[in-house]
Design a protein around this ligand. Sequence first.
Ligand SMILES: Nc1nc2c(ncn2[C@@H]2O[C@H](COP(=O)(O)OP(=O)(O)OP(=O)(O)O)[C@@H](O)[C@H]2O)c(=O)[nH]1
Ligand SMILES: [Mg+2]
Length: 430
Amino acid sequence: MADLYSNGYPNGTSTTHSLAQSNATMPVIRKKLAGYVGFANLPNQVHRKSVRKGFQFTAMVVGESGLGKSTLINTLFNTPLYPPKDSLPPSAERPKTVAIESIGADIEENGVRLHLTVVDTPGFGDFVNNDESWRPIVENIESRFDSYLEQENRVNRQKIVDNRVHACLYFIQPTGHSLKQIDIEFMRRLHTRVNLIPIIAKADTLTDEEVRDFKARILADIAYHKIHIFQAPTYENEDEETLAEAAEIASKIPFAVVGSDSLVETADGREVRGRAYPWGVVEVDNEDHCDFVKLRQMLVRTYMEELREYTNDVLYENWRTEKLLSMGVAQDSSVFREINPSAKIQEERIMHEAKLAKMEAEMKMVFQQKVQEKESKLKQSEEELYSRHKEMKDALEKQRGDLEEKKRRIESGRPLTPEKNATKNRRFLR
Ligand SMILES: Nc1nc2c(ncn2[C@@H]2O[C@H](COP(=O)(O)OP(=O)(O)OP(=O)(O)O)[C@@H](O)[C@H]2O)c(=O)[nH]1
Ligand SMILES: [Mg+2]
């Protein structure tokens, strides 16, 4: 495996600096890789559409001054992102990083395009007062979130450039003791904003045993101070090989690394990237010598997608919520209430029943009203009938009385109408 990586930098690689679309000040270098890096495995991590679009990945290096951050950037992607050393005058020392710099490169492996950005930060710890040295770094991370949020809020969201920092390699000085106060302070400021990956720098200065003990102490300190470092997720139903690889990577954290951007010759005549000492050569790409290979495997081969996902789903999302809340944008959480289908059906049923009951009551009311109207009409006509009946009865009664009178008179031999007949007779008699 080590052989795959051991061929060093490409000779005669053309380096063209141009403006990156994502960052106006960021030089982009188009590179051909000379050796295998590992991101060709990305299609297995995500679906094919992303493969066509390519990937964007941003890593940041943070740590005290002189720990080899800039050196490791060049070592990491098997391609000198920084101008090769021999372009500098031979007397010139490797320059200190003095400002936060982004270096972008479009690299391609087995047809998979990766737009890689590495953010190099100046080392801290050089000043008398280092209290606030974390601030520019945190601000840089947050301004990248800002730019992403701004793009998300645009009308056209087709071409979002993701400049967010997906992984932050935190360099720890190989003291062999425990974490320094400044490291704890830094990590606590960073862990809510980035995936922290702790690294023991310049591991060639420690013996294997010292590395083992130092790792244990660092992890204990990290746990004690409740610092959240990136934890690779494990999924169910994963095959043994993947699980073993995940366990292997996890067991190496914090990665003890050695960086080098020059080739050295080993005792057996091989040319390797490494550091030559009077007693021998420390090989960067040899897993027996340091964890560099495992670190790169984690970053690009195994967990690039997880790092991107966690950045987007958790870190960015939390930052976004905090930001919007601080701006006074309150979220109506009832909008996002989960819908339980059976509760919804129940609710609908109750509403339907209430509607039916209301309709029934209305119908009843109308019916009663109609019945009442009919009743009062009937009553009225009954009364009318009754009074007519009474009238007729009275009239008949009167008629009967008259007839009775007449009958009595006839029977008693008296004239029916005496007065009338008397006047008639009188007139007749005259
Ligand atoms: N022994 C050893 N030396 C290293 C290693 N990596 C880098 N160096 C050396 O350490 C010195 C500083 O390296 P840089 O890469 O410039 O360190 P830096 O962290 O970028 O420094 P600043 O930019 O000042 O923060 C250089 O002389 C490197 O050659 C390593 O793994 N082991
Ligand atoms: Mg540097």
